[in-house]
Ligand binder design. Structure first.
Ligand code: ZN
Length: 242
């Protein structure tokens, strides 16, 4: 398994935290990399594909500890994924350097809500054959946190916005109950990869997300579900083709 920036952020935060973060379902013994229950660990199936885009995840305060987080699935799929803890007043200098790196075309993926947002919307989606590599920036957190981060980060204010409308996405069962508006970061990312022409990455991320969701939910269900894992089988079959 490839250790990536999301794993490193998790380990770093874990070492610094003085008390455990109690997420829902925290009584279950989970793999500390894929965060599904240990008996369903998915690490050996981690994607190993090449993509021509780069991704940056800005992670809200406690998101890194949530087992239902799907930002890490993006880091599994897109090898060039940069992951930073969000800070309003002390942004990571490396993150700022990446945003202004002329080799990249940074795009902030966020649903445009106001006139101001819409004025920042991209007129044309960055394509893979353009001179600059798309750097797709996602805010990884609950919808409430994401809005706060979007509005309160001066260093994001000048970036072009790629707005994904919620009706383009399926409902995300894991968090649907707590917030109808919240969309899984990985689902949004899959759609955005497709828009940029990165079809292989989009497809891999989508199927990998479905496999993750299945194993994650196996740990939640009180009724013992059928354990033949059709979504994981689909992912394994897909891995044979790439
Ligand atoms: Zn695992």
């Amino acid at each position: 398994m490839r250790i990536h920036a999301f794993h490193r952020l998790y380990q770093d935060r874990l070492q610094r935290s003085t008390k455990p973060f109690l997420a829902r379902g925290s009584k279950i013994a989970r793999c500390s990399f894929c965060h599904v229950p240990c008996e369903h660990c998915l690490c050996e199936y981690q994607p190993d594909i090449e993509t021509a885009v780069a991704v940056m995840l800005l992670v809200s305060e406690n998101e890194v500890f949530k087992p239902s987080n799907t930002g890490r699935l993006i880091a599994d799929t897109v090898k060039e994924t940069y992951v930073y803890q969000w800070h309003r007043t002390e942004p990571d200098p490396q993150m700022l350097a990446l945003i202004s790196d002329p080799a990249f075309f940074p795009v902030l993926v966020f649903p445009a809500q106001t006139e101001q947002d819409r004025a920042r919307q991209l007129l044309s989606i960055p394509k893979l054959n353009d001179a600059k590599k798309p750097l797709l920036i996602f805010i990884d957190g609950s919808w409430r946190e994401a809005k706060r981060i979007f509005r309160r980060s001066a260093y994001l204010a000048s970036l072009p916005i790629l707005s994904i409308e919620p009706e383009h996405l399926s409902n995300y069962l894991m968090r649907k109950a707590s917030n109808e508006q919240y969309l899984a970061t990985a689902e949004v990312a899959s759609l955005v990869l497709s828009l940029c022409g990165e079809e292989k990455g989009a497809e891999a991320l989508h199927i990998w997300f479905e496999a993750f969701k299945e194993s994650y939910l196996l740990g939640k269900s009180r009724l013992k579900p059928v354990r033949d894992k059709p979504a994981l089988k689909r992912w394994q079959a897909y891995q044979q083709t790439v």
